[in-house]
Design a protein around this ligand. Structure first.
Ligand SMILES: N[C@@H](CCC(=O)N[C@@H](CS)C(=O)NCC(=O)O)C(=O)O
Ligand SMILES: [Zn+2]
Ligand SMILES: [Zn+2]
Length: 187
């Protein structure tokens, strides 16, 4: 069957540039775009199949990476931003007009607090870290993807050199688990 994982990876993965120092991301409004300046590269960049992350039209996955929140600043039309779900762990700041998510921020006590989540495809410069793995793959079934075709999705990621997970990658799962253990006083 024909499907698009995400336009940035469908035809192969382009590696990021060494010593890349960031750029500005923009929403999709034709004018008065929300602009958010990122003063560093991202890490843990990955494809996410969950139902909440912003995906370009027609794509099964979002591509999302993290960087320190201190490196993130709204530089134009911030009045168009709103928090999609204030109760969610990740507070996704989206453009009220075009719906694009500019950055996700964690305010509660959490292993990933201090890191903001961004989609670097919204930038007009190249060199960002390339996607490293695919996360929440089985979640696309919750959104109506036929489970009989899911192995084609995993196979396509593997052919691109990306490992697939149904939650997060082992290093990120370990960070979450260590945080839980610390909260329980076990570490
Ligand atoms: N299967 C669920 C998974 C949702 C989920 O847990 N998303 C992850 C990856 S972005 C998460 O960390 N969510 C926290 C949040 O959205 O605040 C779905 O697709 O809605
Ligand atoms: Zn917009
Ligand atoms: Zn997600």
């Amino acid at each position: 069957m024909a499907f698009s994982l995400h336009p940035v990876i469908d035809n192969g993965i382009t590696k990021g540039a060494a010593n890349f120092t960031g750029g500005t991301i923009y929403c999709h409004c034709p004018s008065d775009k929300v602009a958010v300046t990122l003063k560093s590269n991202v890490v843990h960049n990955h494809a996410c199949g969950c139902s909440i992350c912003w995906k370009p039209k027609g794509a099964l996955f979002a591509i999302i990476g993290v960087l320190p929140r201190d490196a993130v600043s709204v530089t134009a039309n911030g009045s168009k931003l709103h928090v999609l779900d204030p109760e969610a762990t990740i507070q996704r700041n989206a453009c009220k007009e075009c719906g694009v998510h500019l950055f996700g921020r964690i305010e509660k006590d959490h292993a990933f607090k201090g890191l903001d989540f961004v989609h670097v495809e919204l930038s007009d410069v190249k060199g960002w870290q390339e996607p490293q793995f695919a996360a929440f793959v089985s979640s696309i079934i919750e959104q109506g993807f036929d489970p009989k075709d899911i192995d084609q999705v995993r196979g396509k990621f593997k052919s691109l050199g990306l490992e697939t997970y149904d939650v997060l990658s082992p290093p990120l799962m370990d960070m979450l688990a260590a945080f839980t253990a610390k909260q329980a006083g076990l570490l």
